[in-house]
Design a protein around this ligand. Sequence first.
Ligand SMILES: [Zn+2]
Ligand SMILES: [Zn+2]
Length: 112
Amino acid sequence: MPTTCALCHRVVPTERISDPQVVQEHHLRPEERATSPTVLLCRPCHDQIHAVFTNAELRSDYDTIEALRSADRLQDYLEWIRGTDKLDIDVETSAYVREWSCIDPNNGGSGI
Ligand SMILES: [Zn+2]
Ligand SMILES: [Zn+2]
C-alpha cells in the first residue's frame, strides 16, 4: 500500500517501503506515548520535526499535524522536500534542540 506522509503529503510508493524505516509513526505528544495520537510521516519529515522542535514544544504547541504543517520553522524544509523524492536526508539537530535536550527535566534549571 502506498502511504502518504501526513506532513509533506508526498506519497511513498509501495516499492520504496522495503525499508521499514521509510515511514514512521510520530507521536504528536512525545513522552505521552500511551495516550498520544499518532500520524504517519516519511522519514525525512520525522527526522526534521525532532531536529527543530523540543519534545516540550511539540507537546505544548505542535500537537496537531496542522500546527506542524504551518510552523514557521518547517516552511523552508517543506518547500524543499516537496520538490524531491528523497526518503533519506541528513538532518542535523539544531543547536537549539541539542541545548534543551541536555537540560535534566528533573532538575528544572534550579542549579543555574
Ligand atoms: Zn514527509
Ligand atoms: Zn516523533
